[in-house]
Write a protein that binds this ligand. Structure first.
Ligand code: F6P
Length: 366
């Protein structure tokens, strides 16, 4: 059994990080008598003059409902570099970090992160250092798990935004566009679009046609619904085109909502507005489901370490938390399947994905 383990949070923050930290600390100390060291600012905290804090049941008291991470996080750092879009892991920071872990007396790590952070964690495992990953991201795009914590809170926030846009859209007979996060996947847009009664959902997995969007707006107008609510994932693409970046240098996605707004206004003459929900989706308190999922993930991660597992990630599969190889989570992202039940349901209830063929269908099909 390990005497002392470390925990760190990497990548963009997500609601529920503190719930995981608290559960790890309570389980490790209470159930297994281990000590827990919190590593600050992701893996960067174990480089140079290390930044760590001893975590106790007292120090994690009251953090369950708190947003962000008490340990700090980084989504860019020294451990991974991208060469032609492929991550490479330079030897130097990893060997320095391993030496520092030894000095700090940390015998195993629990790493909370998305696929980038978990890919770094896997490098530690490959060098013989025990690691268990915990899947975090509001995007829900991690392969090998049905759910990541943070996602359900993000959906709640996006749904509330859609509800609010609904009433103002209806009052002014406008087209309202809500741009949500999700990187190159449409999980947030799809779920919030369904929960928030969007008329059109645009996701990267189904490239859209402007003609289809216009046709849907006009069909609604004709039928007496003089407003339209659109939710667009930041990574959505028009057929034959590439993603839109708010900052091409750092490949930060964003701006597609405003482009569509202008085009709709030009084509339909209807007043349109765009709201970019941005980091509101990541900030603030986790909802009840993310608190529960985070807590379960945290306890399961400690139990996995105590069983001697390493190179694994806790994951939801068939509704139950188990462990899967870390490599399964890092090799590919999980995208919305075109034949998935939710896509089918959305279509069945009249939501349009503005796929090109939809513009050739009759209004009934839209
Ligand atoms: O992966 C989470 C996420 O919020 C994405 O949805 C978004 O594209 C990205 O992070 C934004 O990251 P940053 O923290 O650099 O603004």
């Amino acid at each position: 059994m390990y005497k002392q383990i470390g925990i760190l949070t990497g990548g963009g923050d997500a609601p529920g990080l503190n719930a995981v930290i608290r559960a790890v600390v309570r389980t490790a100390i209470g159930e297994y008598g281990m000590s827990v060291i919190g590593i600050e600012d992701s893996f960067e905290g174990i480089l140079g003059e290390t930044h760590t804090q001893k975590l106790t049941t007292r120090s994690v008291s009251g953090i369950l409902p708190r947003g962000g991470t008490i340990l700090g996080t980084r989504n860019r750092g020294s451990f991974a570099k991208f060469v032609d879009g492929v991550p490479v892991f330079p030897e130097m920071p990893i060997s320095e970090a391993l030496a520092n872990l030894d000095i700090l007396g940390i015998e195993a790590l629990i790493v909370l992160g998305g696929e980038g952070t978990l890919a770094i964690a896997e490098q530690f495992h490959k060098r013989g250092f025990p690691v268990i990953g915990v899947p975090k991201t509001i995007d829900n795009d991690l392969a090998a798990t049905e759910l990541t914590f943070g996602f359900m809170t993000a959906i709640d926030i996006a749904t509330e935004a859609l509800d609010r846009l609904h009433t103002t859209a209806a009052s002014h007979d406008r087209v309202m566009i809500l741009e949500v996060m999700g990187r190159n996947t449409g999980w947030i847009a799809l779920h919030a679009g369904l929960a928030g009664s969007a008329d059109i959902i645009l996701i990267p997995e189904i490239p859209y046609s402007l003609d289809s969007i216009v046709k849907k707006v006009e069909a609604r107008e004709k039928s007496g619904s003089r407003f339209t609510n659109i939710v667009v994932a930041e990574g959505a693409i028009e057929v034959g085109k590439a993603e839109t970046y708010s900052d091409a240098g750092s490949l930060r996605l964003g701006g597609i909502g405003e482009i569509i707004r202008r085009q709709i206004e030009e084509r339909t003459g209807k007043e349109s507005r765009c709201v970019v929900l941005g980091h509101l989706q990541r900030g603030g308190s986790p909802n009840a489901l993310d608190r529960m999922l985070g807590t379960n993930f945290g306890a399961c991660a400690v139990r996995a370490l105590a069983r001697g597992e390493t190179g694994k990630m806790v994951a939801v599969q068939a509704g139950v938390v188990s462990t899967v190889p870390l490599s399964d989570a890092c090799t590919a992202i999980k995208r919305v399947a075109l034949d998935s039940q939710l896509v089918r349901t959305a279509r069945d209830i009249g939501i349009s994905f503005a796929a090109p063929r939809e513009s050739q269908m009759g209004e009934d099909a839209m």
